[in-house]
Design a protein around this ligand. Sequence first.
Ligand code: SF4
Ligand code: SF4
Length: 115
Amino acid sequence: METLPCQGCRGLCCGPVPVTEQELKQIRKKIKSMPAKQRLELQHQDRFYGTCIFYDVNHDRCGIYSVRPRICRDFGYYKKLVCFRKPELATRDHWSNTDKPVAILSSDITWRDFQ
Ligand code: SF4
Ligand code: SF4
C-alpha cells in the first residue's frame, strides 16, 4: 500500500486528538513501561502550541507509535481525514470510532495524567 510522505512534516498534523477509554489504557501502559530517561526526554520537549503532547520533536515521529489512537492510524486514508500532502490516498468511506471517545488528548489529557 502506498504510504504518506510523513518524514519531514515534523508533526504538522499531530494536534489534539480524540481518545477512547481503551486507547487511553494502552497509552498509560506504554508510558509506564518506558525507561524513565526516555519518558522524561519525551515529556520535556519544546513543542509548538497545539502540537500533540506525544509528538517526539527530537526524532520527528510519534512518541507512542505502537499505541497511537485509531484516528492517528487512519489519518490520510479516509475521505473524512484527508492529508493535504497526498489527498489521493484518502479513498476510504465512513470513518468512525467504534468506541465513543472519552477525552481529547493534549487538552483534557496532559502529561500530568501520566505521573
Ligand atoms: S499525514 Fe500528511 S500532514 Fe501528517 S505527517 Fe503525514 S504527510 Fe504530513
Ligand atoms: S499520538 Fe502520535 S500520531 Fe497521534 S497525534 Fe500524537 S504524536 Fe501524532
